[in-house]
Design a protein around this ligand. Structure first.
Ligand code: ADP
Ligand code: MG
Length: 253
Protein backbone atom coordinates (compact mmCIF):
# COMPACT_ATOMS: atom_id res chain seq x y z
CA UNK A 1 0.00 0.00 0.00
CA UNK A 2 1.16 3.57 -0.73
CA UNK A 3 1.83 5.86 2.21
CA UNK A 4 -1.41 7.52 3.32
CA UNK A 5 -3.68 4.80 1.86
CA UNK A 6 -6.22 3.42 4.27
CA UNK A 7 -5.05 -0.05 5.22
CA UNK A 8 -7.72 -0.74 7.83
CA UNK A 9 -11.18 0.77 8.23
CA UNK A 10 -13.23 -0.21 11.26
CA UNK A 11 -16.80 1.05 10.99
CA UNK A 12 -19.33 0.91 13.82
CA UNK A 13 -18.30 -2.55 14.94
CA UNK A 14 -20.26 -4.17 17.72
CA UNK A 15 -19.92 -7.42 19.67
CA UNK A 16 -22.59 -8.64 21.98
CA UNK A 17 -22.07 -11.57 24.36
CA UNK A 18 -25.55 -12.44 25.65
CA UNK A 19 -26.66 -9.35 27.54
CA UNK A 20 -23.25 -7.67 27.47
CA UNK A 21 -22.19 -5.34 24.67
CA UNK A 22 -18.41 -5.78 24.89
CA UNK A 23 -17.71 -3.53 21.89
CA UNK A 24 -20.25 -0.83 21.08
CA UNK A 25 -20.10 0.77 17.64
CA UNK A 26 -16.39 1.53 17.53
CA UNK A 27 -14.81 3.18 14.48
CA UNK A 28 -11.26 4.11 13.53
CA UNK A 29 -8.84 3.65 10.68
CA UNK A 30 -5.16 3.00 10.03
CA UNK A 31 -3.18 4.51 7.16
CA UNK A 32 -0.19 2.86 5.54
CA UNK A 33 2.91 3.66 7.56
CA UNK A 34 0.97 4.55 10.71
CA UNK A 35 1.19 3.08 14.21
CA UNK A 36 -2.18 3.25 15.93
CA UNK A 37 -2.48 2.49 19.65
CA UNK A 38 -5.57 0.89 21.21
CA UNK A 39 -5.73 1.54 24.94
CA UNK A 40 -8.22 1.45 27.80
CA UNK A 41 -8.72 0.00 31.25
CA UNK A 42 -9.20 -3.72 31.83
CA UNK A 43 -12.50 -4.91 30.41
CA UNK A 44 -12.75 -1.94 28.02
CA UNK A 45 -13.08 -4.25 25.00
CA UNK A 46 -9.59 -4.07 23.50
CA UNK A 47 -9.06 -7.81 23.08
CA UNK A 48 -12.56 -8.24 21.71
CA UNK A 49 -11.87 -5.48 19.15
CA UNK A 50 -8.57 -7.17 18.24
CA UNK A 51 -10.39 -10.48 17.78
CA UNK A 52 -13.13 -8.88 15.67
CA UNK A 53 -10.54 -7.35 13.33
CA UNK A 54 -8.52 -10.56 12.98
CA UNK A 55 -11.63 -12.68 12.44
CA UNK A 56 -11.25 -14.74 15.60
CA UNK A 57 -14.71 -13.50 16.62
CA UNK A 58 -17.68 -12.72 14.38
CA UNK A 59 -19.22 -9.23 14.39
CA UNK A 60 -22.69 -8.61 15.78
CA UNK A 61 -22.85 -5.60 13.45
CA UNK A 62 -20.58 -3.18 11.62
CA UNK A 63 -17.94 -3.55 8.95
CA UNK A 64 -14.18 -4.12 8.83
CA UNK A 65 -12.39 -3.24 5.59
CA UNK A 66 -8.82 -4.27 4.92
CA UNK A 67 -6.97 -2.83 1.92
CA UNK A 68 -10.26 -1.55 0.55
CA UNK A 69 -12.13 -4.85 0.79
CA UNK A 70 -14.70 -5.97 3.32
CA UNK A 71 -13.30 -8.79 5.41
CA UNK A 72 -16.20 -9.14 7.86
CA UNK A 73 -17.34 -12.75 7.77
CA UNK A 74 -14.02 -14.17 6.58
CA UNK A 75 -12.20 -16.69 8.76
CA UNK A 76 -9.05 -15.67 10.61
CA UNK A 77 -7.05 -17.84 8.19
CA UNK A 78 -8.48 -16.08 5.14
CA UNK A 79 -7.80 -12.68 6.73
CA UNK A 80 -4.21 -13.70 7.51
CA UNK A 81 -3.74 -14.82 3.92
CA UNK A 82 -4.81 -11.36 2.73
CA UNK A 83 -1.89 -9.83 4.60
CA UNK A 84 -2.92 -9.23 8.21
CA UNK A 85 -0.49 -10.71 10.70
CA UNK A 86 -0.72 -10.82 14.49
CA UNK A 87 1.41 -11.69 17.46
CA UNK A 88 0.20 -13.57 20.49
CA UNK A 89 0.53 -12.28 24.03
CA UNK A 90 2.13 -15.50 25.21
CA UNK A 91 5.01 -16.46 22.98
CA UNK A 92 4.97 -20.13 22.11
CA UNK A 93 8.35 -21.49 21.17
CA UNK A 94 10.36 -24.65 21.35
CA UNK A 95 13.24 -23.89 23.75
CA UNK A 96 15.47 -26.69 22.39
CA UNK A 97 15.37 -25.27 18.87
CA UNK A 98 17.30 -22.26 17.62
CA UNK A 99 15.80 -18.81 17.25
CA UNK A 100 15.96 -19.19 13.48
CA UNK A 101 14.20 -22.56 13.51
CA UNK A 102 11.53 -21.19 15.84
CA UNK A 103 10.83 -18.27 13.53
CA UNK A 104 10.68 -20.53 10.47
CA UNK A 105 8.46 -23.04 12.26
CA UNK A 106 6.14 -20.36 13.62
CA UNK A 107 5.86 -18.74 10.21
CA UNK A 108 5.04 -22.11 8.65
CA UNK A 109 2.34 -22.87 11.21
CA UNK A 110 0.56 -19.54 10.74
CA UNK A 111 -2.68 -19.51 8.87
CA UNK A 112 -2.39 -23.14 7.88
CA UNK A 113 -4.66 -26.06 8.46
CA UNK A 114 -3.11 -29.41 9.35
CA UNK A 115 0.08 -27.65 10.37
CA UNK A 116 2.04 -30.68 11.42
CA UNK A 117 1.25 -32.72 8.33
CA UNK A 118 1.99 -29.77 6.06
CA UNK A 119 5.31 -29.34 7.81
CA UNK A 120 6.21 -32.99 7.33
CA UNK A 121 5.39 -32.59 3.67
CA UNK A 122 7.80 -29.68 3.24
CA UNK A 123 10.49 -30.59 0.76
CA UNK A 124 14.03 -29.45 1.16
CA UNK A 125 13.71 -26.47 -1.18
CA UNK A 126 10.66 -25.20 0.70
CA UNK A 127 12.41 -25.67 4.02
CA UNK A 128 15.42 -23.72 2.78
CA UNK A 129 13.31 -20.85 1.50
CA UNK A 130 11.45 -20.72 4.81
CA UNK A 131 14.74 -20.58 6.73
CA UNK A 132 16.06 -17.87 4.41
CA UNK A 133 12.96 -15.75 4.95
CA UNK A 134 13.18 -16.28 8.74
CA UNK A 135 16.83 -15.18 8.70
CA UNK A 136 15.95 -12.13 6.61
CA UNK A 137 13.24 -11.03 9.06
CA UNK A 138 15.47 -11.63 12.10
CA UNK A 139 18.20 -9.51 10.53
CA UNK A 140 15.65 -6.85 9.65
CA UNK A 141 14.76 -6.33 13.31
CA UNK A 142 18.29 -6.56 14.67
CA UNK A 143 18.14 -10.19 15.84
CA UNK A 144 20.59 -11.60 13.30
CA UNK A 145 23.33 -12.09 15.87
CA UNK A 146 21.23 -14.46 18.03
CA UNK A 147 19.57 -16.51 15.32
CA UNK A 148 21.66 -19.63 15.96
CA UNK A 149 21.22 -19.52 19.74
CA UNK A 150 18.71 -21.75 21.48
CA UNK A 151 15.38 -19.98 21.84
CA UNK A 152 15.19 -21.17 25.44
CA UNK A 153 18.14 -18.93 26.32
CA UNK A 154 16.43 -15.73 25.19
CA UNK A 155 15.33 -13.09 27.69
CA UNK A 156 11.74 -11.84 27.51
CA UNK A 157 12.49 -8.85 25.25
CA UNK A 158 14.19 -10.86 22.50
CA UNK A 159 11.41 -13.48 22.80
CA UNK A 160 8.86 -10.81 21.90
CA UNK A 161 11.03 -9.77 18.95
CA UNK A 162 11.16 -13.41 17.85
CA UNK A 163 7.36 -13.37 17.81
CA UNK A 164 7.40 -10.19 15.70
CA UNK A 165 9.89 -11.77 13.25
CA UNK A 166 7.47 -14.70 12.85
CA UNK A 167 4.62 -12.35 12.10
CA UNK A 168 6.74 -10.53 9.50
CA UNK A 169 7.57 -13.68 7.53
CA UNK A 170 4.27 -13.59 5.65
CA UNK A 171 5.10 -10.08 4.36
CA UNK A 172 2.01 -8.51 5.96
CA UNK A 173 0.45 -5.14 5.13
CA UNK A 174 -0.76 -4.77 8.72
CA UNK A 175 0.77 -6.03 11.93
CA UNK A 176 -1.37 -6.38 15.06
CA UNK A 177 0.51 -6.58 18.31
CA UNK A 178 -1.15 -7.77 21.50
CA UNK A 179 0.58 -6.20 24.50
CA UNK A 180 4.13 -6.66 23.23
CA UNK A 181 5.62 -4.71 26.16
CA UNK A 182 3.97 -6.73 28.95
CA UNK A 183 6.58 -7.88 31.45
CA UNK A 184 9.49 -6.21 29.66
CA UNK A 185 12.26 -4.26 31.38
CA UNK A 186 12.84 -0.62 30.52
CA UNK A 187 15.73 -1.34 28.15
CA UNK A 188 13.78 -4.07 26.39
CA UNK A 189 10.85 -1.68 25.90
CA UNK A 190 13.22 0.82 24.33
CA UNK A 191 14.54 -1.86 21.97
CA UNK A 192 10.97 -2.81 21.07
CA UNK A 193 10.09 0.84 20.43
CA UNK A 194 13.10 1.18 18.13
CA UNK A 195 11.97 -1.86 16.12
CA UNK A 196 8.42 -0.51 15.80
CA UNK A 197 9.70 2.89 14.61
CA UNK A 198 11.97 1.19 12.10
CA UNK A 199 9.11 -0.91 10.72
CA UNK A 200 6.99 2.22 10.38
CA UNK A 201 9.80 3.97 8.51
CA UNK A 202 9.70 1.05 6.07
CA UNK A 203 5.99 1.72 5.50
CA UNK A 204 4.54 -0.95 7.81
CA UNK A 205 1.17 -0.27 9.44
CA UNK A 206 0.74 -1.40 13.03
CA UNK A 207 -2.11 -1.71 15.51
CA UNK A 208 -0.66 -1.76 18.99
CA UNK A 209 -2.88 -2.98 21.83
CA UNK A 210 -0.89 -2.05 24.86
CA UNK A 211 -1.10 -1.28 28.55
CA UNK A 212 2.23 0.47 28.78
CA UNK A 213 1.37 4.17 28.41
CA UNK A 214 4.95 5.31 27.95
CA UNK A 215 5.43 3.01 24.96
CA UNK A 216 2.09 4.00 23.43
CA UNK A 217 2.79 7.73 23.86
CA UNK A 218 6.30 7.23 22.55
CA UNK A 219 5.67 5.36 19.29
CA UNK A 220 2.10 5.88 18.08
CA UNK A 221 0.77 8.40 15.55
CA UNK A 222 -2.84 8.05 16.65
CA UNK A 223 -4.49 6.59 19.74
CA UNK A 224 -7.94 5.06 20.18
CA UNK A 225 -9.16 5.02 23.78
CA UNK A 226 -11.88 2.60 24.82
CA UNK A 227 -13.90 2.46 28.01
CA UNK A 228 -16.76 0.05 28.85
CA UNK A 229 -16.91 -1.09 25.23
CA UNK A 230 -17.30 2.43 23.86
CA UNK A 231 -14.92 4.82 22.15
CA UNK A 232 -13.96 7.35 24.81
CA UNK A 233 -11.89 9.45 22.40
CA UNK A 234 -9.29 9.22 19.65
CA UNK A 235 -6.55 11.59 18.59
CA UNK A 236 -2.83 12.23 18.60
CA UNK A 237 -0.77 11.18 21.63
CA UNK A 238 -0.71 14.83 22.72
CA UNK A 239 -4.49 15.18 22.46
CA UNK A 240 -5.04 11.96 24.39
CA UNK A 241 -2.53 12.84 27.08
CA UNK A 242 -4.20 16.21 27.64
CA UNK A 243 -7.76 14.91 27.64
CA UNK A 244 -9.42 15.19 31.08
CA UNK A 245 -11.78 12.33 30.09
CA UNK A 246 -8.87 10.01 29.43
CA UNK A 247 -7.00 11.00 32.54
CA UNK A 248 -10.10 10.28 34.62
CA UNK A 249 -10.93 6.96 32.97
CA UNK A 250 -7.56 5.48 32.30
CA UNK A 251 -5.10 7.05 34.66
CA UNK A 252 -7.60 7.53 37.48
CA UNK A 253 -6.52 11.14 37.99
P1 ADP B 1 -9.92 -5.79 27.50
O1 ADP B 1 -9.11 -6.56 26.53
O2 ADP B 1 -9.99 -4.32 27.18
O3 ADP B 1 -9.49 -6.00 28.91
P2 ADP B 1 -12.07 -7.58 26.70
O4 ADP B 1 -12.31 -7.31 25.26
O5 ADP B 1 -11.29 -8.78 27.04
O6 ADP B 1 -11.46 -6.28 27.40
O7 ADP B 1 -13.47 -7.71 27.43
C1 ADP B 1 -14.50 -6.75 27.31
C2 ADP B 1 -15.73 -7.24 28.05
O8 ADP B 1 -16.28 -8.36 27.37
C3 ADP B 1 -15.43 -7.71 29.47
O9 ADP B 1 -16.51 -7.35 30.29
C4 ADP B 1 -15.35 -9.22 29.31
O10 ADP B 1 -15.68 -9.87 30.50
C5 ADP B 1 -16.34 -9.49 28.22
N1 ADP B 1 -16.02 -10.66 27.40
C6 ADP B 1 -14.88 -10.83 26.66
N2 ADP B 1 -14.91 -12.00 26.00
C7 ADP B 1 -16.09 -12.60 26.33
C8 ADP B 1 -16.73 -13.83 25.96
N3 ADP B 1 -16.14 -14.70 25.12
N4 ADP B 1 -17.93 -14.09 26.50
C9 ADP B 1 -18.53 -13.23 27.33
N5 ADP B 1 -18.01 -12.05 27.72
C10 ADP B 1 -16.79 -11.74 27.22
MG1 MG C 1 -7.41 -7.76 26.84
Amino acid sequence: PALGDLVLEVKDIRKQFGGLIAVKDIGFSIQAGQIVGLIGPNGAGKSTTFNLITGVLGLTSGVVKFRGQTISGLSSREIAQRGMSRTFQHVKMIPEMTVLENVALGAQLRGKKGAISSMLRLDRAEEQSLLREAARQLQRIGMGHVMHELAGNLAMGPQRLLEIARALCSDPALLLLDEPAAGLRHKEKQALAAVLRQLRSEGMSILLVEHDMDLVMDVTDHIVVMEFGTLLMQGTPEEVQQSPKVRAAYLGV
